[in-house]
Design a protein around this ligand. Structure first.
Ligand code: NZQ
Ligand code: ZN
Length: 390
């Protein structure tokens, strides 16, 4: 393991079907005004909202509601939330929903105390808030597994007007102070979103795994997480009410992107860069956009990263490899990945997500390119990958 790193993760987790019981105790650590961010209504339909509001009332909190945080939250909605947080002198932002609501809450928490153009400063310029800037604390009650937002500083916001989806990773101050992970809450997630979440998790691991050539403990952790996810995904697709499978998926999601398995690694993230731009143009669920461009991307990365792809085939997909060349083994690993994606019902083309040929220049222009993983892609390569993904 060759990299240098420090590791600190300040998010306190509560996991399991009784985890909401700890909310009241956590609320005692914060002031009286709680901004409650949630999405388009699923938490009202499945009863989680009522449970949370009852606890907030018992704890004597003043609730400032901010509903309607959409999937792939927009800059326009961020402006609304910042205004609400400022006007109500909020003490805590409570995020009730999936990664979108959690990402959005971080956006509000960072921006409410910033006097300038926060979109430009924090997303386009990728700056962190100054040390003296006030940052609102966040708590997260997660209802969907996938992004890892519950234990990281990531915040992805879409400027819908300019079709620009920009992710950034804030420093530790923007990580949730606590996150409550009840796998039962994920049982009502629609089938397509559950599958999108599963692939998002898989791809987070792959984005970190497919880089470097040294022997790194992080890669062994990644292989274990991928193996577990494949088992749990099959069970959850067959029976979405399988608590054990859903809880394993939820826990894997957190560890896939709470920075642990990226330690000492250069990492890749180009599938995410392309996927974000596809998402900005098609509004596809995040994990679907990733799935649809993955095969074309990894086919290119295979040769320059051959030994890691061989390892992926053997250690994740149990390819025996006897009598095969390295290329054949690596290819068999990619074939196994594709077969699993088809088995669980993921899209393999961007056309399925509504992308058309005339969008390709725009999607390419919206893709942030940099040397990453085993490749150094230029815009013309992105266009080719997109064309191969049609
Ligand atoms: O709007 P609501 O009612 O909340 O419905 C949501 C939404 O329609 C629904 N849902 C969530 N929990 C549910 C439920 N429906 C029924 N029952 C439940 N228990 O599912 C839909 C999708 O939710 P969303 O939060 O959008 O999904 P996800 O968790 O996949 O978050 C996606 C966003 O996170 C960003 C993505 O780009 C995207 O904007 N990402 C954040 C990352 C991070 N913070 O590190 C990394 C990721 O790579 C990703 O980019
Ligand atoms: Zn992702």
């Amino acid at each position: 393991m060759q990299g240098n790193f420090s590791y600190y993760n300040p998010t306190k987790l509560y996991f399991g079907d009784e985890s909401l019981n700890y909310l009241k105790e956590e609320l005692m650590n914060f002031g009286p005004v709680v901004m409650l961010n949630y999405g388009s209504g699923s938490v009202k339909r499945n009863g989680i909202y009522d449970q949370v509001v009852a606890i907030l009332r018992e704890a004597g909190k003043t609730i400032v509601e901010n509903p309607g945080v959409m999937s792939n939250p927009t800059l326009e909605k961020l402006h609304e939330g910042v205004k609400i947080a400022r006007e109500n002198d909020v003490d805590l932002i409570l995020s009730l929903g999936g990664g979108s609501v959690c990402d959005y809450s971080k956006g509000v928490a960072a921006s409410a105390g910033y006097d300038g153009d926060y979109w430009n400063q924090f997303w386009l310029q990728q700056q962190n808030p100054a040390q003296e800037q006030k940052i609102l604390p966040i708590g997260c009650i997660l209802t969907m597994a996938g992004t890892g937002s519950e234990m990281n500083g990531g915040s992805v916001i879409t400027d819908a007007e300019h079709k620009l989806k920009v992710g950034r990773v804030f420093d530790n101050r923007l990580m949730p102070k606590f996150s409550i992970l009840n796998p039962k809450f994920t049982m009502t997630v629609p089938d397509n979103q559950m599958k999108a979440g599963i692939y998002d998790i898989m791809n987070h691991i792959m984005e970190q795994y497919f880089s470097d050539t040294d022997d790194n403990t992080s890669d062994y952790l990644s292989e274990g997480l991928m193996r577990g996810l494949i088992v749990a995904s099959r069970k959850a697709v067959e029976n979405p009410q399988d608590y054990e499978a859903r809880s394993n998926i939820m826990w894997t999601a957190t560890w896939a992107l709470n920075t642990l398995i990226g330690l000492g690694k250069h990492q890749d993230w180009m599938v995410h860069m392309i996927g974000h731009s596809v998402g900005a143009w098609t509004h596809a669920p995040h994990g679907y956009a990733l799935a649809a461009v993955s095969m074309a991307y990894y086919r290119r990365a295979m040769q320059p990263g051959l030994q890691k792809f061989v390892r992926f085939a053997k250690n994740v997909w149990n390819i025996d490899g006897g009598g095969m060349t390295d290329e054949q083994i690596a290819q068999a690993g990619l074939d196994a990945l594709k077969a699993w994606m088809m088995e669980i019902g993921l899209p393999l083309t961007i056309s399925e997500l509504g992308a058309t040929k005339d969008m390709l220049p725009g999607i390419t222009a919206g893709t942030i390119c940099y040397p990453a993983g085993y490749l150094d892609l230029k815009p013309e390569d992105i266009t080719e990958i997109l064309a191969e993904s049609m």
